[in-house]
Design a protein. Sequence first.
Lengths: 109, 112
Amino acid sequence: RKEVEQDPGPFNVPEGATVAFNCTYSNSASQSFFWYRQDCRKEPKLLMSVYSSGNEDGRFTAQLNRASQYISLLIRDSKLSDSATYLCVVNLVGGKLIFGQGTELSVKP
Amino acid sequence: DTEVTQTPKHLVMGMTNKKSLKCEQHMGHRAMYWYKQKAKKPPELMFVYSYEKLSINESVPSRFSPECPNSSLLNLHLHALQPEDSALYLCASSQEAGAEAFFGQGTRLTVV
């Protein structure tokens, strides 16, 4: 089993749609969780950290379920500019930041 | 300022060459990372430095040799690479190991 697993993509959605990504992790001792986005041929950029109580930043909502060992990202009212690859990142233990495979999102007009 | 600077942006090297990749941050971060990314794949962790000491080596071949001269700088020394080592090499830093990390733009390496 991979240490961090994500929904396979690609997700093709129309503008204005709501889309959700899930990510599971194998180590129950994992300590911190993040969502990044990566545009083609660019570096990953931090989208948001994921807290136990869940957190929201505008159209983006992140949730953590420690019991089931998964994190999620919800994007509401998708924009064309949201098209990118979304990567979950888990600090497995001791600073080992591991990426999931990434989910490609394509928002169409 | 959340900037991590990597040089060079592009590098072409022969299999017998020795070269170095450089990474710099001035955010006072105490953890720095090297990742390797192949096309259409996620970044793969190579090394983690915490407080200037190597804390994680993900079984990386010895032809890759990291160095952390001080808390702001991270180098990756390359020697006798193979064509399959061609990839985007990303440096990142975070306040502490495992905290939210900020990435440089990467060095696109081609081994010929």
